[in-house]
Design a protein around this ligand. Structure first.
Ligand code: GDP
Ligand code: IMO
Ligand code: MG
Length: 455
């Protein structure tokens, strides 16, 4: 049986924590898309693990797989593995031979393209990890796959074809002189990446992910799919072009791992929801409170005082600052049309709603129940980003709930969740059409109210 964990919003919903909470019953944890653009947090007994590439199952000592749908930067993978070992874990991570490799020129080109776009204020605000350029090369049939790193001759052939092209792209198209940069130096790349290939092979990390998982499933083992990013960042179902370059939605779990869609669909699909909304980078956000200069389109720091205060309060209470950059994240009220879209796209069988504690103490909690677009009421997100940007939220208001001893609430169970918070959760479940499986009331593993275990 499989359980798929999917972000319902714009990433950072707390997927890592939910994978950890339910992960006890999983034998294998699989990332099926994305790369080190992700930042997943697991907190166990107050100890925090921030994982960008290693699946969150590593904290519980599970077998972990980076599926063929992932893009793998071997440098960050090995750094992360070493750091986890230093902290006393013994991570078992397998890498699909079909997964594509992020090379240094991908990162450089990610930055170059963002710079070029910034001249017309149209940058995406990517994580700069080379994600888009790597998926471009995959689709362009000029990528390097993890399995090929371990075969020096093939690796050399691939690099001989692609590196001059990348150099020409940087220099002739974008007018950026990359000169002697190692990122575009064929020999240096060959040396470094054939070394990674050797290490992957020697450590027995390379697998045919589909076959590997099929065997485990045949043996009666349980598989958890750990989505990265979120539905509105999905390249097909998100707000293009302010998206990532992969499919975080549940369909991606099949394509990105080699497990058949019927197997994924036979299992459970849990949508992870943050009880409000946060966004990193550019793009529309109809329920945004105040704004963040440089990220919020057209925002110049001029917002109503009460909105600014509310945004600051939620940002502080929820720790909404970038993990790497420390940049403040954009925050806003929960967007229910977005969640209806997410539930339909991935077929949620249950919801895990995090950060219910973060909203505690507010007198009023609002949600966008629908949108108004030129006088028309919409219940779900429009397919074009320009139309979405024109949507005005139609708010509903809920009475707030008090701050309580959340660890005690988690211990006692759902009935101990304050009444007003339960009314909020039940409204959400009703609108989205999926029951509440878990309620996050703090970052720690012990601070989750488990209503239902999908395993
Ligand atoms: P992910 O990318 O979806 O795995 O989420 P992140 O780890 O990027 O961001 C979620 C942040 O919120 C992390 O710092 C978590 O430890 C924290 N978090 C998760 N669930 C809760 C919750 O229910 N309450 C609070 N206060 N923090 C939470
Ligand atoms: P997790 O898994 C939040 C955003 C970036 C940018 C856009 C494209 O931790 O939820 P990319 O580098 O992927 O080409 O950037 O997607 N983004 C995320 N935002 N959480 C993430 O991951 C994200 N991964 C990418 O900010 O707007
Ligand atoms: Mg994150």
């Amino acid at each position: 049986m499989t359980v798929t964990i999917v972000g319902s919003q714009l990433g950072d919903e707390g997927k890592g924590g939910i994978v950890d909470v339910y992960g006890d019953a999983a034998d294998v944890v699989v990332r099926y898309q994305g790369g080190d653009n992700a930042g997943h947090t697991v907190v166990r007994d107050g100890e925090e693990y921030k994982l960008s590439l290693v699946p969150s199952g590593a904290v519980r000592g599970k077998t972990n797989v980076l599926g063929n749908g992932c893009v793998v930067n071997p440098a960050t993978l090995f750094d992360e593995l070493d750091a986890l070992r230093e902290r006393g874990l013994d991570p078992d991570v397998r890498v699909a031979r079909r997964a594509h490799v992020i090379l240094p020129y991908h990162r450089v080109l990610d930055g170059i393209e963002e710079d070029a776009k910034s001249e017309t204020d149209s940058e995406v605000g990517t994580t700069g990890r080379g994600i888009g350029p790597t998926y471009e090369d995959k689709a362009g049939r000029r990528g390097v796959r993890a399995g090929e790193l371990a075969d020096p001759e093939i690796l050399r052939d691939r690099l001989e074809y692609v590196v001059p092209q990348k150099r020409a792209l940087a220099e002739d198209v974008f007018g950026v002189d990359v000169g002697e940069t190692e990122a575009f130096d064929l020999e240096a790349l060959y040396e470094e990446y054939s070394d990674y290939g050797r290490r992957l092979r020697e450590e027995g990390m390379l697998v045919d992910a589909g076959a590997f998982l099929a065997d485990r499933i045949d043996d009666g083992e349980t598989v958890m799919f750990e989505g990265a990013q979120g539905t509105v960042l999905d390249i097909d179902h998100g707000n293009y072009p302010y998206v990532t370059s992969s499919n975080p939605t549940a369909g991606g779990a099949a394509v990105g791992s080699g497990v058949g869609p019927a197997t994924v669909g036979d299992g459970e699909v849990v949508g992870v929801v943050k009880a409000y909304l946060s966004r990193v980078g550019s793009g529309p956000m109809p329920t945004e409170l105040a704004g963040v200069e440089g990220d919020t389109p057209g925002y110049d720091g001029d917002a109503a005082d009460h909105e600014e205060e509310l945004a600051d309060h939620i940002r502080e209470a929820g720790g909404e600052y970038g993990t790497v950059t420390g940049r403040p994240r954009r925050v806003g009220w929960l967007d229910v049309p977005m969640l209806r879209h997410a539930a339909r796209t991935s077929g949620f069988t249950g919801l895990a709603v995090n950060h219910v504690d973060t909203l505690a103490g507010l007198e009023e909690v609002k949600v966008a129940h629908a949108y108004d677009l030129d006088g028309e009421t919409l219940e779900t997100i429009p397919a074009t980003t320009e139309r979405w940007a024109d949507c005005e939220p139609v708010f509903r208001s809920f009475d707030g709930w008090q701050d309580v001893d959340w660890t005690a609430v988690a211990e006692t169970g759902y009935d101990a969740v304050p009444d007003n918070a339960r009314a909020y959760l039940e409204y959400l479940a009703e609108e989205v059409g999926a029951p509440i499986y878990a309620v996050g009331v703090g970052p720690d593993r012990e601070e989750t109210v488990i209503v239902e275990n999908p395993f």
